[in-house]
Design a protein around this ligand. Structure first.
Ligand code: ADP
Ligand code: MG
Ligand code: ZN
Length: 481
């Protein structure tokens, strides 16, 4: 244990999966030609009147409910004033004094323990546009397609003590927003972004140290590495008798370092004030009750249920529930065969297929490649269990079943891959192997019983892997005795 303790708080921006923007009806669709999804509201024209998107408000409150927040039945939009070319209005519409959700928490598992991480607040805000720099043309452009996209910012308490804990918290949040269906959670496209605030303090000191804020963390791995780097950097500074400067730092994933970007601004620099164009956000008691009742089962509860179903350890179950599409797939497949055996096929060959083909872990996200249905996977588990095919053959044909969508029982019958469990049919193969290997037969009978595996292997070869191994052993033992 080192002399210093790390303290981490995360600010997570989640893009809400509404069809239209937060204050206008422009579409939120990603990857459109520049400035094609823009109107006078999201372009920040003076005098244009914003009108809030009710679904975005529902989504924001739903996130709060899922992370144990108190939902403010009355919240307010404020202007956060700053200049940036991708923010033509000169202010962002956000929530400052009265956010929609406050005082939540999330339990996360990290470093072998469960930790409760406090959530200070969740507020709604609109996204800015995007600056595009083209050095070759000596020009910069602004694309406002993203301007006005609804976001929630989820601000944690400084409750995390290691990079692993921060990543566990972030993964848990990611699981929750994608299970709720309020965000696609795509980190590469920026739908789920995280800033990490990091400080260190001498162990045992109650007062917090000076923090830096890390930006540009666009994967879980980068969050982990950036925080680890930053903790080490701050330790070096304090050990040399220096002081950490409060600032925003940018993570460079290629060099794995953080670099100073700008001094940290304070809340008063933004001159927040209530947006006079917008009424307070009011949520009725009936709405709140309906939204609460509609909450789906969340990853943690689902993991617990899958553990009971399969008896598998937490890490395996974690892999099953990480993606809602995959978890649904497992659950449907598990109706066809023994859940533990179905899980084994998913955690083994199915995930291997997905990783090798770089597919998302959900069949509805890649229907052109992933054609295997849950019923087919369940059936595969069942035909292996019933001895119709061997596990080895199941592995050999898995890729084919995955991309063709064929039903395993039909496929096996048509290709003649069924395991030979008929003693009469196997006897011929066993007799053939015995006749072809007289020297080995003699050594075996002379006491070298280890040769049994050699004979089994020969019979398997002769039957191209289709022989039922238990039956082969039995026949060989009898005939060699
Ligand atoms: P902002 O960064 O917008 O000025 P806040 O003051 O609300 O906002 O803090 C943002 C985040 O920084 C929170 O997640 C909080 O937990 C975290 N934080 C605050 N102080 C520290 C600290 N000394 N060390 C680490 N994290 C901190
Ligand atoms: Mg911040
Ligand atoms: Zn618009």
């Amino acid at each position: 244990m080192g002399a210093y303790e790390a303290v981490i708080g995360l600010e997570v921006h989640v893009q809400l999966a509404t069809d239209s923007k937060l204050f206008c009806s422009c579409p939120t669709k990603f990857g459109q030609p520049p400035n094609t999804n823009v109107c006078e509201v999201c372009a920040g024209m003076p005098g244009a009147l914003p009108s809030p998107n009710r679904r975005a408000i529902r989504y924001a409150a739903t996130v709060g409910l899922a992370v144990n927040c108190a939902i403010n039945r009355r919240s307010r939009f404020d202007r956060k004033n700053y200049f940036y070319p991708d923010l033509p209005a000169g202010y962002q519409i956000s929530q400052f004094e009265l956010p929609i959700c406050e005082h939540g928490w999330l339990d996360v598992e990290a470093d072998g323990a469960t930790r409760r991480i406090g959530i200070t607040r969740i507020h709604m805000e609109n996204d800015a546009g995007k600056n595009i720099h083209a050095p070759a043309e000596n020009a910069s452009y602004v694309d406002l397609n993203r301007a006005g996209t609804p976001l929630v910012e989820i601000v944690s308490e400084p409750d995390m003590r290691s990079a692993a804990e921060a990543v566990a918290y972030l993964r848990a949040l990611h699981g929750i927003v994608t299970y709720l269906g309020v965000s696609d959670g795509n980190m590469e496209e920026g739908s789920f972004r995280c800033d990490a605030n990091v400080s260190i303090r001498p162990r045992g000191q109650a007062e917090l140290g000076t923090r830096t804020e890390l930006k540009n963390l666009n994967s879980f791995r980068n969050v982990q590495r950036a925080i680890e780097f930053e903790i080490a950097r701050q330790e070096d500074i304090l050990e040399d008798g220096g002081a950490v400067v409060q600032e925003t730092r940018l993570y460079d994933a290629v060099k794995n370092v953080t670099l100073a970007m700008r001094g940290k601004e304070e809340a008063q620099d933004y001159r927040y004030f209530p947006d006079p164009d917008l009424l307070p956000v009011v949520i009725s008691e009936e709405e709140l009750a309906a939204w609460t009742a509609a909450l789906p089962e969340l990853p943690r509860e689902r993991a617990r249920r899958f553990m009971d179903m399969t008896g598998l350890p937490a890490a395996d179950v974690e892999a099953l529930v990480q993606n809602r599409g995959l978890a649904d797939f497992f659950e449907t497949a598990a109706a066809e065969a023994e859940p533990r055996k179905v899980a084994a096929l998913i955690l083994g060959p199915l995930l291997r297929e997905c990783h090798a083909r770089e597919l998302p872990l959900s069949p509805d996200k890649c229907p052109d490649v992933w054609k295997m249905t849950p019923k087919a996977l369940g059936t595969l588990a069942r035909v292996i269990d019933e001895g119709l095919i061997s596990a080895k053959i199941a592995g050999d044909i898995f890729g084919d079943l995955f991309t063709s969508g064929a039903m395993p029982d039909v496929y096996v019958r048509e290709k003649g891959l069924g395991q030979i469990s008929d003693a009469g049919a196997l006897e011929a193969a066993v007799d053939g192997v015995i006749a072809a290997n007289p020297a080995e037969v003699e050594s075996y009978r002379g006491g070298k019983t280890k040769l049994m595996s050699f004979f089994v292997g020969q019979v398997m070869r002769a039957t191209r892997g289709k022989a039922n191994p238990a039956l082969v052993n039995e026949l060989l033992a009898r005939k060699l005795a």
